[in-house]
Write a protein that binds this ligand. Structure first.
Ligand code: AMP
Length: 282
């Protein structure tokens, strides 16, 4: 595996590879890699000639009171995980390399942002879309791999790829979980021991909702109430949102039908955890 810090050098090298008909799979991350990230890289490895991983904690997608400065970072460990997952090229740029002093052009996302995490994090998806536009142009991947854990992000990137005509196939990968069901996340390290025990209840609440739906429940409000009740009675976390939407349109619905997403965000003392489940109601 070779590490690049220069966008220009990586771009030139990958353009040469592409002219030799090599297919490129791309995984974007903020590092502190775990098995969820590794699953994306391994899938990219199977489906492409070349695998590129970026590690970049992108300041544009963090709000003023968020954890940009303290976001966990460990390059040496990440290089090991990436090499073991079959990554060929690691792109690890500085903020200066990506944006210079100030970005002169940024991308604004027009829809699918006024709900879920977008409502709580104004500007977050503009930051994601801006950095991915740059990464897509630097790397020119054939396929880009993203986790369904960040379901709203997948919906926004789907729009970015289609609206900006990127010749890229978006591959959405199932959420990888700990044994007790907690979705793997770099931010899980912020949880105290007792919070970590409670955090498994987020997935349990989704499973409970899925079971109720399977038994015939079709009222969105009842499903939301059931999840809220479960989280409030099993954890000390504070609910940011519990929503049931059409997916991928992210439009609210009263009666469940078609493709739906049940999504939640819960704040613990130092970590805000998200999880979701998509269900096809048929
Ligand atoms: P992050 O480093 O948190 O920005 O995540 C980078 C990519 O890994 C995103 O596409 C995430 O959706 C994906 N990802 C993060 N956690 C998981 C997980 N537990 N399972 C699958 N994909 C994940």
């Amino acid at each position: 595996m070779k590490t690049y810090t220069s966008a220009g050098e990586l771009q030139q090298m990958l353009r040469e590879e592409k002219s030799n008909q090599k297919s490129i799979g791309y995984v974007a991350t903020m590092g502190y890699l775990h098995e969820g990230h590794a699953t994306l890289m391994e899938k990219a490895r199977k489906e492409n000639d070349i695998v590129v991983l970026s590690i970049f904690v992108n300041p544009l997608q963090f709000g003023p009171n968020e954890d940009f400065e303290t976001y966990p970072r460990d390059l040496v460990r990440d290089e090991n995980v990436a090499a073991n997952a079959g990554v060929d090229f690691l792109f690890y740029p500085t903020v200066q390399e990506m944006y210079g002093e100030e970005p002169s052009v940024t991308v604004v996302v027009q829809s699918r942002t006024d709900c879920l995490c977008g409502r709580q994090r104004p500007g977050h998806f503009d930051g994601v879309a801006t950095v991915l536009t740059k990464f897509f142009n630097i790397i020119l991947p054939d396929r880009a791999y993203f986790g369904k854990k960040d379901a709203q992000q997948v919906a926004v990137i789907d729009g970015l790829i289609k609206d900006f005509n990127f010749p890229i196939q978006l591959i959405a990968v199932d959420t990888v979980r700990e044994e007790d069901g907690l979705a793997k996340s770099s931010r899980n390290v912020y949880l105290s021991d007792s919070e970590r025990m409670e955090a498994k209840e987020l997935y349990q609440s989704l499973l409970r909702a899925a079971k109720a739906i399977d038994s015939g429940e079709s009222n969105a409000e009842t499903v939301r109430a059931l999840i809220k009740e479960h989280i409030e009675s099993h954890t000390h976390g504070v609910i940011d949102y519990v929503e049931v939407y059409q997916y991928p349109e992210l439009k609210p619905l009263e009666t469940l039908s078609g493709n739906i997403i049940i999504a939640l965000a819960v704040k613990f003392k130092h970590a805000r955890l998200i999880d979701n489940m998509t269900i096809n109601m048929k």
